[in-house]
Design a protein around this ligand. Structure first.
Ligand code: ZN
Length: 347
């Protein structure tokens, strides 16, 4: 594990705030595609313009914050859920992305940037697609703690091209959806609890207990999925959508045919993709095709119309709807929905 708590015996929130932190993404571990390069440059420009605004407003904020409570900003839902499972109500936790927004297309506002830069802990997925945020943190002299899911994950990163029908040069990158591995999610929750303990010794045992409880809930879910997969008739699924589930499928010994890689920009419903997926469904007598949460479902519906197969939703916990967010749904409750999907798709 890459994250190591620093000086746990002597640190508290106030001293931690004064320490300088930096992130170290593994050099050469990611491929920078032309699309990502363009996106990176545009976002970088926006942030450079926003930094002076933060430097001005952050001075005001420091006068009103409660120094005893840790302020955590989580970029996306996978990060938010990890933080929430550990701190519960003993920190000021905010999710930067609005529910329903996609992390791949969302543009941060000046208010988002201020929230990130004025927090004690910033947690995000990290990786190539969020490298513009790393730039922001470096350029603004962000001195609080940074927790990157990718940097902390013990899971070995895999290329997202495997089993994908529409793969292009710009898609050939490492899959960044590391939370979809339940094994990895357990490690991330534990690591985040160690980070919090190093910042707030008084509540260290509270964080550790919460993390243990969450990890044991994930373990139960893991066992249920393992036994479901082992007793199922088939071990393959057709994904008529993006495929951000590489680590989940690999972990449970499932194989897949998917239309697009996990972070693909292009997900258009073209005749060639529809025809290829229809052939697979017919040849392999596949009963159901699957799409991801908050998908347009155009591709899955087109295949279902032609072949008569059913259409199911798989929740990758990448994004969360406003309704689910307000209802307090968690990584575990959303992943649990996949059990019904798997029962139908694998039998
Ligand atoms: Zn993604």
């Amino acid at each position: 594990m890459l994250f190591t708590p620093m000086n746990t015996s002597s640190q508290n929130i106030k001293t931690a705030k004064m320490k300088s932190r930096s992130i170290h993404l593994p050099a050469g571990n990611f491929i920078l595609s032309p699309f990502l390069l363009y996106s990176f440059l545009v976002r970088k420009l926006i942030f450079l313009l926003l930094i002076p605004l933060f430097l001005f407003t952050s001075c005001e904020r420091k006068e009103v914050i409660d120094e005893d409570r840790i302020v955590i900003s989580a970029l996306d839902f996978p990060s938010y859920d990890i933080a929430r499972s550990v701190v519960k109500d003993r920190a000021d936790l905010v999710m930067i992305l609005p529910p329903g927004a996609s992390v791949h297309s969302y543009e941060l506002t000046s208010s988002d940037v201020i929230k990130i830069l004025s927090s004690d802990v910033f947690i995000f997925t990290g990786g190539e697609s969020q490298s513009y945020i790393k730039e922001l943190l470096e350029n603004s002299g962000f001195s609080s703690r940074i927790f990157s899911l990718l940097e902390t994950s013990p899971v070995k990163l895999k290329e997202q091209s495997e089993g994908i029908i529409n793969i292009h040069a710009e898609d050939e990158a490492y899959d960044e959806h590391v939370w979809t591995s339940l094994e990895n999610e357990k490690a991330l929750v534990s690591s985040f609890s160690s980070l919090l303990a190093s910042l707030d010794e008084e509540n260290a045992s509270f964080y550790a207990e919460n993390a243990e409880e969450y990890v044991s809930e994930i373990e139960k879910l893991e066992e249920e999925i393992k036994s479901l997969v082992s007793s199922s008739l088939r071990k393959e699924i057709v994904i008529a959508d993006r495929f951000p589930l590489l680590y989940f499928f690999t972990e449970f010994g499932l194989s897949w045919y998917a239309a697009y890689p996990g972070c693909a920009e292009e997900t258009e419903v073209n005749a060639k993709t529809v025809s290829l997926l229809i052939d697979i469904v017919r040849e392999r007598d596949i009963p159901s095709v699957v799409h991801m949460e908050l998908s347009s479902q155009l591709l899955s519906d087109a295949i279902s119309k032609e072949t008569g197969c059913s259409v199911l939703t798989f929740n990758s916990v990448h994004t969360i709807s406003k309704e689910d967010f307000e209802a307090g749904e968690t990584y575990i409750s959303l992943m649990r929905r996949n059990i019904e999907t798997l029962k139908e798709a694998l039998n």
